[in-house]
Unconditional design. Structure first.
Length: 257
């Protein structure tokens, strides 16, 4: 059973609520955990976070009892390996549009005999090799690591059954913003076309026994909760700062009129 499934079992019938870090600010995850968020998304596709920063955020979030996910920027061997050595519970691949991409992800992310992930016996992922033998930790990781794929294009939705049928893929992550653009309604994450594509995708994922995550805007929460998603990422550090700053600015300007 992977770690996402373990977390779902502890939170039956309700989505796990998550927050995303776009910057290296450990205090954000610390505050989020204190508020009640239980999943941490470490964003490396669109941001400038480094691997040393990512491993620190993983370590901090995990120590706070949060489920950790790293979204990697690409599928190169070095990227996959370094992200996995950070020891996340979930590895998420963006723009996962073809079965070939998914097969490559599984190959690079799983240890032999399942895949070809390289042996490194002193990483955080294998607890620094302290609970020897390392081979036992690697076998455990093959079972517990959750490999997630991002469904955020029309192509991926059209091929969702093929994608979900690839062995070794555990979960899907819906990206409403990119999906809306791919479907011809950019920015309209609540558009009926986007919702219809999401419903189709979730139905296929459930038929293949996959878990489902989403990063969503507050106004779309009712739809995604109704869909029964397993993880709902609803805030990130940049948005939290922006909204907090705007709230204070608006309050001051109102008094100064």
């Amino acid at each position: 059973m992977n770690r996402l499934q373990q977390a779902i079992e502890k939170n039956p019938g309700r989505p796990i609520l998550g927050a995303a870090a776009y910057m290296y600010n450990p205090a954000f995850f610390e505050m989020a955990a204190m508020m009640g968020y239980t999943a941490a998304w470490i964003e490396m596709e669109h941001t400038f976070l480094t691997f040393p920063q990512a491993i620190d955020l993983c370590r901090i979030a995990s120590g706070l009892g949060m489920l950790t996910m790293i979204r990697i920027p690409d599928l190169t061997r070095g990227t996959v390996l370094k992200a996995l050595e950070c020891g996340p519970d979930i590895l998420d691949l963006p723009m996962a549009n073809t079965p070939e991409m998914l097969e490559e992800l599984v190959s690079q992310a799983r240890f032999p005999p399942v895949g070809v992930r390289g042996f490194f016996g002193v990483s955080r992922a294998v607890q620094y090799g302290i609970p020897a033998p390392v081979a036992g930790q690697q076998k455990k990781l093959n079972d517990e690591l959750c490999l997630m794929i991002q469904i955020e294009t029309k192509e991926a939705v059209d091929r969702i059954d093929e994608l979900c049928a690839v062995p070794g893929i555990d979960a899907i992550f819906l990206g409403p913003a990119d999906l809306s653009a791919s479907l011809g309604v950019p920015g309209q994450t609540g558009h009926p076309t986007v919702y219809a594509a999401a419903e189709r995708t979730i139905k296929a994922a459930r038929a293949h026994g996959k878990q489902v995550a989403v990063g969503a805007a507050v106004q779309d929460f009712p739809f995604w909760i109704d869909q029964g998603v397993d993880i709902l990422y609803g805030i990130n550090d940049m948005t939290a700062m922006k909204q907090g700053a705007q709230w204070a600015l608006d309050a001051a300007r109102k008094l100064l009129k």
